[in-house]
Design a protein around this ligand. Structure first.
Ligand code: COA
Length: 207
């Protein structure tokens, strides 16, 4: 079903156009280049060592839409955002999914993160999920603000739960939201976000 939604051309609020599509099994080089282009501070706190090309090749070779919905935004032939929706499918979390999202440093604050998040929310809705969670570093202002403005709230903070690749520890925040609430918020936003000059509502305005 989701396969029929993509590829899709979208204009961002600064006029740049990107193509949203599902990751495919020829994407190893592009995805590797995308992760390689992240700033070191972004990579330090990703769960996996994305500088490991074999790891990326493994992801690309094992795409299974029943487990993970892998969405990318592409500009020209470059991936500029990567978002995934992770599904449990069985057990006590079968109604919940996990969202992971990264945008290229060159493409931040132009609504791309919100756009990819919105697509993942649509996918969650389509798949009948009720809840979404996402994990962020508690003091990562960009990530926490982006998610708060979508209505996510910090449900728990695990002290020193994240250790970066240099051994420094930070708190892990688990942020959650309901799919129904997200869908309502994002429909309003997305209409505004493609207008020139659109700014997100101030933090707290959606709570
Ligand atoms: C978090 C992240 C995905 C946001 O991506 P983005 O493309 O910049 O997101 P948007 O352009 O849609 O920004 C949405 C809003 O979040 C807020 N925001 C985003 N980055 C911010 C920052 N560094 N400081 C303050 N607010 C920020 C802003 O309110 C922004 O809207 P505005 O530009 O209209 O003011 C991106 O910063 C990223 O990839 N970070 C590293 C990975 C990560 O932490 N992912 C989160 C886990 S899900």
């Amino acid at each position: 079903m989701l396969e029929h939604w993509y590829p899709k051309q979208v204009k961002l609020r600064n006029g740049q156009e990107v193509t949203l599509r599902l990751l495919n099994n020829t994407d190893t080089d592009k995805l590797y280049a995308f992760f390689h282009g992240l700033r070191e501070e972004d990579r330090l706190f990703l769960r996996h060592d994305v500088t490991d090309r074999d790891l990326i090749a493994g992801w690309v070779a094992n795409i299974d839409l029943r487990r993970i919905i892998p969405l990318v935004a592409e500009e020209g032939d470059k991936i500029v955002a990567d978002g995934t929706l992770h599904l449990a499918n069985y057990g006590w979390s079968r109604h919940a999914g996990e969202m992971r999202l990264v945008t290229a440093p060159t493409h931040r604050r132009i609504g791309l993160g919100t756009l990819v998040a919105r697509e993942l929310v649509r996918a969650a809705e389509e798949l009948g999920l009720e809840k979404l969670r996402t994990h962020v570093i508690e003091d990562d202002v960009g990530a926490v603000t982006t998610l708060r403005r979508l209505g996510f709230v910090i449900a728990a903070v695990l002290q020193d739960w994240v250790m970066d690749q240099r051994g420094k520890k930070r708190n892990l925040a688990i942020m959650t939201n309901s799919v129904v609430q997200l869908t309502q918020v994002m429909e309003e936003w997305i209409l505004g976000s493609i207008q020139p000059g659109f700014r997100a509502p101030p933090e707290g305005a959606l709570e």
